[in-house]
Design a protein around this ligand. Structure first.
Ligand code: PMP
Length: 422
């Protein structure tokens, strides 16, 4: 594991949380896949920027010029971060969900959309109607590529879009994006990459992967909530009805006509989230300087975690694919005889560990992957690693699960408002 000083520091490393058993303990945040803690570098940069923020695009004052410059400059930061083509546009959105809804509203009429049904709801639900082909995700990467190939071969002529995630938010497994992109290209289709889970963990390149669009969220990239981006081909977006109508999206408004902007502002009406966008840019720049150490850190912890989970009686990991594949530090599992929500509650209340339980906004994936383990439920526990994770956190969650399973479910927890509580 690389030394701690080789990887960017995150805020919250010294947070302490109360235990029901008395006293407090250092918080083990093992929920990076939901939202990652803020990088120290981001916090410092935002601190410095806060006194300066002022109206973007709309003010002549010096502070407005600073804000506008930083906001616009961040488009280039994002472009570099995802290895975009020179002609790609960068639209700032709220998050990945917002980015895909924007893309969905910008599709030419009668676009056929091909998507695996195990995707996160953000990448699954924006596409609705008779032109959507939902594919069950096969159990091998090769079959996944073939399934897209066949779906595109069967699709009617006209615009086509494949939507695929880079890394599963349930299992952390990487999907064969470059291979699917090659198939899409052969059929003249476009491809959109859900990079919400991949971008915080691996360098991505639009050019190398040969994808058309990338969607990502700042809060998963170690920046605060509220800023994300859609990056990619400009033509469909330029031709589309503005996603938000209002100030900033127009070139000219007269009594009886509106001339909309052609650039990314077309879809960004209203005063933008300048601080959030700036924070997202700083996070991207910080991660870009540290990929090797970051990946080594996470992979070492992931191996330690998976080895530990193997030793827990009745514990079964969820997997998309039968054969082992490259993956980021996210692991979901079920433990025979234990309610996932109850397990997560005990991990929090008695061990100071934050994990996620449930179906992870990917209901079809959760149900199907649990069935592969022989289970019948729809919910699991997810442990997800990142820059804030340490060996101690991993060892603590493994030891905690071992102890909890050994003692069995106890009555001291009850469901309150649908959640387990001590
Ligand atoms: N796609 C994936 C793979 C995700 O994990 C998430 C967040 N859980 C999203 C999309 C949606 O991200 P956001 O909630 O930031 O819009």
């Amino acid at each position: 594991i690389p030394a701690a000083h080789d990887i960017p520091a995150v805020a919250g490393a010294s947070l302490r949380v109360p235990l029901v058993t008395g006293g407090d303990i250092g918080y083990a945040n093992l929920d990076h896949a939901a939202s990652a803690p803020c990088l120290d570098a981001v916090r410092d940069a935002v601190d410095e920027f806060l006194p300066w923020y002022a109206s973007v695009h709309r003010g002549a004052g010096f502070a407005s010029q600073v804000s506008t410059r930083l906001y616009e400059r961040t488009r280039d930061v994002l472009r570099r971060f995802v290895g975009a083509r020179r002609t790609d546009t960068v639209v700032f959105t709220r998050n990945t969900t917002d980015s895909f809804n924007l893309l969905a509203r910008s599709l030419p009429r009668h676009t056929t959309v091909v998507v695996f049904d195990t995707e996160h709801h953000a990448a699954l639900l924006p596409w609705q109607g008779p032109n959507v082909r939902r594919l069950p995700t096969p159990r091998t990467r090769l079959a996944a590529v073939s399934a897209v190939d066949e779906a595109l071969a069967d699709a009617p002529q006209g615009p086509r879009l494949v939507v695929v995630t880079g890394a599963s938010n349930v299992t952390g497994e990487l999907l064969p994006v470059a291979e699917i992109a090659a198939v899409a290209r052969r059929h003249g289709a476009r491809i959109a990459l859900d990079a919400a889970q991949l971008a915080p963990h691996r360098r991505i390149s639009i050019k190398d992967l040969d994808v058309d669009y990338v969607a990502l969220s700042g809060h998963k990239l170690y920046a605060p909530f509220g800023a994300g981006a859609l990056i990619g081909r400009a033509d469909w977006l330029r031709a589309a009805r503005p996603y938000l109508a209002g100030g900033g999206a127009t070139k000219l408004v007269t009594e009886d006509a509106v001339v909309w902007n052609d650039g990314p502002e077309r879809h960004e009406a209203g005063s933008p989230n300048t601080v959030g966008v700036y924070a997202l840019g700083v996070a991207c720049e910080t991660l870009s300087r540290n990929w090797d150490a970051l990946v080594a850190h996470e992979q070492a912890l992931l191996a330690r975690l998976r080895k530990g989970l193997e030793g827990i009686p009745g514990c079964a990991e969820l997997q998309l694919f039968d054969a082992p594949v490259d993956r980021v530090g996210t692991v979901s599992f079920v433990v025979d005889g234990f309610d996932p929500g109850w397990l997560a509650a005990v991990l929090s209340a008695e061990y100071g560990i934050g994990v996620r339980d449930g179906a992870f906004c990917a209901h079809i994936a959760a149900k199907r992957l649990i069935a592969v383990t022989g289970g019948e439920g729809r919910q699991a526990v997810r442990v997800s690693l990142g820059l804030g994770s340490t060996e101690e956190h991993v060892d603590r969650v493994v030891l905690a699960l071992r102890q909890i399973v050994a003692r069995g479910a106890r009555w001291e927890y009850a469901k309150v408002d649908g959640r387990w509580a001590p």
